[in-house]
Design a protein around this ligand. Structure first.
Ligand code: ATP
Ligand code: ZN
Length: 483
């Protein structure tokens, strides 16, 4: 490749790894990524590795120890900084602060404030001097976190306008540093109110915007308003590389590319990182490999199915919630069911992978009208996938997709009898929905009658009591039918 003039800086980046620490094609695994980083550091000592968020949550490797394993591995990998993404909040705000203290690298975000103190929980930016070149990195966290994690996790946090925060950071860093790098867990999804592209168009002066959240793979970056935007997909399938040349305070050249498992086929995993991952993994194995039950069928938790209709796994999970609580009925959101389970031996590890949020099972007293509103809320986009889609036990209902959203649910029964809008029912659900997550506003502030441990524990217990699972087809608790 053609060199620019001046000092060559290499920025390595990851985003949306979602705790994919282990090598599992096409994920390279963190030891392989560390091995790649070693090679880049050998080739150019002016190399820094950063992460753009959604690192600590998403697999049992992380969930079992509420994120600590990932921080330990990242410490060994010599990360320079991390921007918290929405999933960094999934173990609660206090846990996020604890994880940031376990890290030997800073968590940075310029658009977070703690409501009770008004203070910023993290440094908005850091400055790293590399071979005489000063690089300012500032973080941005998606305001979507306010509704993309359990609302209880963010009651004490405000997410301020990311464009305003970026403008302030550039004003503060310009003149002080040679290179300005934004680390945004912001993304480029059309549905996002302010995308990374919107931000760099509104705020000139950012040399590089390292992006995450939309899981976008930009193979050679994207130049917008003079800013090079780089984003490297998801799950550690690619390592992002940005090459910069800086001469007397000016960036003379910048370019981006990504490295995937094919390109890294001959790279040796970093031995220290590999042995750390192996030792964490083997300490978890006895728990994860414990058999819970046998299933004669695939339990379907695939994203497009559980967010758009009844599946046997949705039935099983809601049955478990009803059984552990003794409630009249159970309702849970399809978006909270994160994987399928293959037929055969079902392990605790499988269950934790399906239900990684550590959600609590909570029973609440609600009216029949609230139940109807909840089912309507899950059915607004039906048959298009939506995280809110309502899986049920003790309830049956029909959806008429020809009717407008909000009035398409009909023929609801509870415990075999037609729904009585004025009657009070005891319903088991999860703490995410009780807090109004996925727009289940009708569950907010309802009288709670009990808390019954976590959803994964309830499912384990239920499957153990069944011994063998053979829900061959779903039970038609939820069907599409005209009114
Ligand atoms: P990313 O930020 O990487 O895109 P994601 O895949 O989780 O992460 P979505 O596909 O939008 O993002 O998933 C969000 C859905 O996940 C929510 O609509 C909700 O159904 C579910 N969800 C998120 N947090 C929780 C939680 N704590 N408990 C239960 N369900 C949750
Ligand atoms: Zn993500």
């Amino acid at each position: 490749q053609d060199a620019g003039t001046g000092t060559h800086i290499t920025l390595l980046h990851t985003n949306d790894v979602h705790a994919h620490a282990l090598e599992e094609s096409p994920s390279m695994g963190l030891a392989k990524i560390a091995g790649l980083a070693d090679l880049y550091r050998e080739a150019n000592p002016n190399t820094l590795l950063v992460d753009d968020g959604d690192a600590v949550h998403g697999t049992s490797f992380a969930t079992l120890v509420r994120g600590e394993s990932i921080i330990k591995v990242m410490n060994e990998m010599n990360f320079a900084a991390l921007t918290p993404g929405n999933h960094e909040f999934d173990y609660g705000y206090e846990r996020l602060l604890e994880l940031s203290k376990m890290a030997n690298f800073p968590f940075i975000s310029a658009n977070l404030t703690q409501k009770d103190t008004g203070a910023a929980p993290f440094e908005p930016y850091i400055i790293r001097e590399v071979n005489g070149v000063k690089i300012g990195f500032f973080g941005l966290t998606t305001p979507e976190t306010a509704y993309k994690t359990n609302p209880n996790n963010v009651t004490n946090v405000s997410f301020t306008d990311p464009t305003e925060a970026a403008r302030k950071m550039v004003a503060e860093l310009q003149g002080t540093v040679d290179v300005i790098v934004a680390m945004g867990h912001i993304g480029m999804d059309q549905s996002t109110e302010q995308t990374s592209i919107d931000i760099v168009n509104a705020v000139p002066g950012i040399d590089v915007f390292i992006d995450g959240h939309s899981h976008t793979l930009l193979e050679n970056g994207q130049l917008e308003n003079g800013t090079l935007i780089a984003s490297t997909g998801e799950y550690g399938e690619h390592l992002g590389v940005v090459d910069l040349w800086v001469d007397k305070g000016d960036v003379t050249k910048k370019e981006a590319y990504t490295v995937d498992e094919k390109a890294a086929a001959n790279v040796t995993p970093d031995p220290e990182v590999a042995s750390l991952i192996t030792s964490i993994q083997s300490s978890q194995e006895p728990i994860l490999n414990e058999e819970v039950a046998k299933s004669s069928v695939l339990l379907d938790g695939s994203r497009e199915k559980v967010r758009a209709g009844e599946t046997n796994l949705g039935d099983l999970i809601t049955d478990a919630m009803r059984s552990v609580s003794g409630a009249d009925a159970a309702i849970t959101n399809g978006g909270g069911i994160r994987a399928s389970i293959d037929a055969g031996s079902v392990t605790k590890g499988d269950v934790v992978t399906v239900l990684p949020f550590g959600n609590l099972v909570i029973s609440i007293d609600v009216t029949g009208a609230d139940i109807l509103a909840a089912l309507e809320n899950g059915a607004t986009d039906y048959p298009t996938a939506k995280g809110a889609f309502a899986h049920v036990s003790g309830i049956t209902y029909k959806i008429d997709p020809a009717k407008p959203a909000g009035s398409r649910v009909h023929s609801v029964t509870v415990a075999g009898a037609p729904l009585d809008l004025n009657k009070t029912y005891n319903v088991a659900t999860n703490d995410f929905l009780v807090a109004g997550g996925d727009e289940y506003k009708m569950f907010l502030g309802k009288q709670q009658t009990g808390t019954y441990g976590t959803l994964d524990e309830a499912l384990i217990q239920h499957m153990q009591s069944l011994g063998s699972v053979n829900m061959t087809t779903s039970e038609k608790r939820i069907t599409a039918a005209p009114t």
